[in-house]
Design a binder for this molecule. Structure first.
Ligand SMILES: [Zn+2]
Length: 203
């Protein structure tokens, strides 16, 4: 099985290879700005591995490096060119992806996405969210998936520098490393319906 370098997926723009004839010229690939849409990228094995722009997906399709599995309800138009708006694409060759890659990177957005943008102490989904160290850093708490939770600003002030027991504030769900598809929830706040069947635990 052929293996492409993972870096082939990473460049969102500025793809230096010339586009095949008939490809939409840069910046004119659709009625909507290409950056406004996101496309779910599946490995050749159908495992979800990335989320990319419509423009990036279009390049992969035109180069025969991906096939369209799901299309949107509008088309990409350019002079002498039209194609369905891809929603889900599948790479034609298998890409080796470090399985734990998405779990290693702890970012604010990833913590919020894991916790569904909900304060893990009071349950609110409103207001400004912060990341709270369950065991405070000042007491040796690490920045690990099992020690960080989404926390609204008022709860964060209330808990302060105290331990959960001291503050009587226990996370509603014990924090843990997210599923490896967390990158999807980070990329899009609401999973499009056409993606659901390709994502484990999407419901
Ligand atoms: Zn709260």
């Amino acid at each position: 099985m052929t293996v492409q370098p993972l870096s082939a997926l990473d460049s969102q723009a500025g793809d230096s290879d010339p586009a095949p004839s008939g490809a939409p010229p840069d910046g004119r690939s659709g009625r909507r700005a290409s950056s406004s849409g996101r496309v779910l990228v599946l490995n050749a094995s159908y495992e979800p591995i990335n989320v990319c722009t419509v423009r990036r997906a279009t390049v992969l399709i035109l180069k025969d490096r991906a096939e369209i599995l799901e299309i949107g309800d509008w088309q990409l138009h350019a002079e002498r060119f039209a194609m369905p708006r891809p929603m889900v694409i599948r790479l034609t060759t298998y890409v080796r992806v470090p399985r734990e890659a998405h779990r290693r990177k702890i970012t604010r957005r990833a913590v919020f996405a894991r916790d569904r943008w909900t304060c893990q102490y009071c349950g609110t989904e409103r207001g400004s969210l912060t990341v709270d160290h369950v065991i405070p850093r000042s007491k040796g708490g690490p920045t690990d998936w099992d020690n960080v939770v989404t926390c609204c600003a008022p709860c964060n002030r209330r808990k302060g520098d105290r331990l959960p027991r001291q503050a009587n504030m226990i996370p509603r769900q014990p924090p843990a490393a997210p599923h490896s598809t967390i990158f999807i929830h980070v990329a899009v706040p609401v999973i499009p319906r056409s993606w659901e069947q390709y994502i484990p635990q999407a419901a």
